[in-house]
Design a protein around this ligand. Structure first.
Ligand code: AKG
Ligand code: FE2
Length: 500
């Protein structure tokens, strides 16, 4: 791959850093907040470096979320995720993969995927020492000096096969993202050489995670009364990406988000988290904490599983809140279809009484449209990108959200008076049909797109470009050319290499 033969990046920002240091002596907070280079600094170096380069006492405006996307101030002030609403009343299910089997296991999987879209697994078969080695290596990676971490970013940055930097959407998070399968999109030369043993540990860990994903997908297929291998085969030669997230402590967690509300666009995600906590899932109009459990993985249904199950299982909105006490590290393994896979509701789940809720499409189209949009609208309704492609549901929830946003506008005005010019609110994603699609998706979409009354009302704002999207401007001309070509195989192959 061309990116791998290019020279490693040098630190091109030393002049910026000396300017930061100059500014620091003057009026810290004000200088940082108004410093035009901050977005670039965040994208390439992240939050931890920003905190270490300045004596930050307040959250710079750049990271301040709109009121509608924050957690209640009371929960943030309590500085413990266990204070979130309903935390003690509701908990995501925990499934013991050794203790349960047969019909009991099947029922547990069905209700977890249907009612929550989130569950934890224990006794999952991945050896504890390996998980611990991976967790330690992950924390040690983020503790290193910036120069060491920068060695991992490929020249294509966030669009490349390995990237270190600040999280998208101005979230209060740093991330190391690594493509792990298939082999054609892996750039092992850029995997961290330090801490020692990182590469081997990651390789072993991912192999085990991939096996667990296959095991879970088989159980999930059976819970839907589908052939055991249906979901595994639907993903073709799967794409596996790992994201190691690091959330530094935040001076005011009531203003920021570690990851803003989103649903995962892939098939299934498995997450290892440390004991700090901060992950929340959205259920019955409330945000509910995911309590860290020893030696457990948090599993969540992704958008593709919701589509393949024809809406029987749900890809749930989730987010990560920050805290002011201690850093948190988590590691997500995203298991996705190959970009060339054709995704559609399982034929076994579609009949006259249960029509297909989603169109058939090529996964490359979905993922491209997904990353061209903001991550999620806001945290009050589940009106994610998926809602934009649903065929038979109405858009009441989107309208409700818009009304709610109007009420919030006044609150935003008040905030401005207090001196917080927060980042723009996220917006609803446009329907898949509005994007440049492969011929195959277009054909399918054209035959089953619902009447225009079922589209979101036109007053709903469509696209807000994200930092992810900004990166596409910097992608090689070669990619832009291929993306506009109509050859599915060629295009899917290349998109697969570059899409995050
Ligand atoms: O860090 C976490 O707990 C969740 C991360 C997450 O949702 C993601 O990476 O998509
Ligand atoms: Fe996620």
């Amino acid at each position: 791959m061309a990116a791998m033969t290019m020279s490693r990046p040098s630190d091109r920002f030393s002049s910026e850093i000396s300017r930061f240091r100059e500014l620091r002596g003057v009026k810290d907070q004000e200088s940082l907040t108004t410093f035009a280079e901050l977005p670039r600094f965040h994208e390439t170096k992240g939050v931890k470096e920003m905190l270490e380069s300045f004596q930050v006492r307040d959250v710079p405006s750049y990271y301040v979320k709109p009121v509608s996307e924050r957690q209640p101030a009371a929960a943030a002030a309590a500085e413990s995720t266990s204070t979130a609403v309903k935390a003690l009343e509701q908990e995501i299910p925990c499934i013991d993969l050794e203790a349960l089997s047969g019909e009991e296991l099947r029922r547990a999987i069905t209700s977890a995927c249907r009612d929550w879209g989130f569950f934890q697994v224990v006794n999952h078969g991945i050896a504890r020492p390996l998980v611990e080695r991976m967790a330690t290596a992950s924390s040690e990676f983020f503790a290193q000096p910036l120069e060491e971490k920068l060695k991992c970013s490929t020249p294509a940055k966030v669009a490349g096969p390995v990237h270190f930097g600040g999280g998208g959407n101005r979230d209060w998070r740093d991330v190391l993202k690594l493509n792990c399968a298939p082999a054609s999109i892996v750039a092992k030369d850029y995997w961290p050489q330090s801490p020692p043993g990182f590469r081997d540990t990651l390789e072993d860990y991912v192999a085990q995670q991939q096996a667990l994903a296959v095991r879970l997908l088989k159980l999930i297929s059976e819970s839907l009364d589908l052939e055991t291998n249906f979901l595994v085969e639907a993903c073709g030669d799967p794409k596996v990406v790992v994201a190691i997230n690091h959330y530094p402590p935040c001076p005011d967690p009531s203003l920021t988000m570690g990851i803003r509300a989103h649903s995962d666009p892939n098939t299934i995600t498995m997450l290892m988290q440390d004991e700090v906590g901060g992950l929340q899932v959205f259920k019955d109009d409330e945000w509910i904490d995911v309590r860290p459990l020893p030696n457990a993985f948090v599993v969540n249904v992704g958008d593709q599983l919701q589509i393949l199950s024809n809406g029987k299982y749900s890809s749930c909105l989730h987010r990560v809140v920050n805290n002011s006490r201690q850093a948190r590290t988590s590691m997500a393994t995203f298991f996705s279809p190959s970009h060339a896979s054709i995704i559609a509701p399982a034929p076994g789940l579609v009949d006259e009484l249960n029509p297909a809720i989603y169109p058939k499409f090529v996964y490359a189209d979905y993922i491209k449209a997904f990353y061209t949009q903001t991550l999620a609208p806001n945290n009050n309704n589940k009106s994610s990108f998926l809602a934009g492609i649903e065929l038979h549901r109405n858009y009441n929830s989107i309208i409700k959200r818009n009304n709610h946003n109007e009420e919030l506008e006044e609150e935003e005005e008040e905030e401005k008076k207090r001196g917080y010019a927060s980042q723009p609110a996220a917006t609803t994603r446009a329907p898949l049909g509005e994007f440049e699609l492969t011929q195959e998706t277009r054909k399918s979409y054209a035959t089953i797109t619902p009447p225009s009354t079922q589209h979101p009302p036109s007053h709903i704002p469509t696209t807000t470009r994200t930092s992810e999207c900004e990166y596409s401007k910097t992608r090689p001309a070669e990619l832009r050319e291929i993306q506009s070509s109509s050859s599915l195989t060629e295009r899917a192959e290349h998109t697969m290499r570059w899409t995050p």
